[in-house]
Ligand binder design. Structure first.
Ligand SMILES: [Zn+2]
Length: 107
């Protein structure tokens, strides 16, 4: 994992940490909430509207991240699923282990 790849992984992990707060505040009964796009672009602050249960399903895998359609970087992650409102990406190798280590739920 080079410095650039590490920086992108850190950015993704940072937005995931912010989303963790959205998730904590969300009421799990129904409705949707605005989560941040967890892509590698530091300048991206777009939101993704998801039901807490949808976010939770993605979040179960500490190497998975939720991004807006086309907000994924093929060199550093794999595309897992394409939905109309969001895509799911997964990191593997060293970067995967790194984001897993940065997972606030793992602390
Ligand atoms: Zn994005």
């Amino acid at each position: 994992m080079d410095a650039r790849e590490k920086r992108m992984a850190e950015n993704e992990a940072l937005f995931r940490e912010v989303n963790e707060r959205v998730q904590e505040a969300a009421e799990h009964g129904g409705g949707t909430y605005d989560y941040f796009c967890e892509c590698a672009n530091v300048d991206c602050t777009f939101r993704i509207t998801l039901a807490p249960a949808e976010y939770e399903a993605i979040r179960k895998d500490a190497k998975q991240l939720v991004v807006l359609p086309n907000h994924y970087t093929p060199e550093i992650e794999e595309l897992v699923a394409e939905h109309e409102s969001h895509w799911i990406v997964r990191k593997d190798g060293e970067a995967g282990e790194y984001v897993e280590k940065l997972d606030p739920r793992a602390r």
